[in-house]
Design a binder for this molecule. Structure first.
Ligand SMILES: [Zn+2]
Length: 119
């Protein structure tokens, strides 16, 4: 039987976060020319996150379609509207809708997300 390499959890999580950041950076870089490759990077980043129990950063979480894993860029492949105290993000690739409530408690979090600069 093959010897199993033991990496302590904290190190594994740190490594996972690093790799997810790199993949999201790459996804944003190639999105304009190769959206399918960007989608692949997003899939890989999400998979690493789920394996290592690491969440996406709030900004990354909002710029990904849960349904089809597309990287969402407002004005390009997603529609961002406000409706009934919610930010409604519609993926134009698959039609998936994401509603994010805007409440007093979450305002701080939302301001950090890239969604605010929709123009
Ligand atoms: Zn989608």
């Amino acid at each position: 039987m093959a010897k199993r390499r033991v990496i302590d959890k904290r190190r594994a999580k740190k490594l996972a976060r690093e790799r997810m950041d790199i993949l999201f950076g790459l996804a944003r870089e190639v999105f304009a020319s190769e959206p399918e490759l960007a989608r692949r990077y997003v899939v890989l980043a999400r998979r690493i996150g789920s394996r290592c129990n690491v969440r996406l950063t709030p900004g990354d979480k909002l710029s990904v379609c849960r349904n089809c894993n597309a990287l969402l860029v407002p004005g390009v492949n997603c529609r961002v509207r406000t409706h009934a105290r919610r930010v409604v993000v519609t993926c134009l690739d698959c039609g998936g809708v994401r509603r994010v409530p805007v409440t007093r408690e979450r305002r701080g979090k939302l301001n950090k997300a890239p969604l605010v600069n929709t123009g």
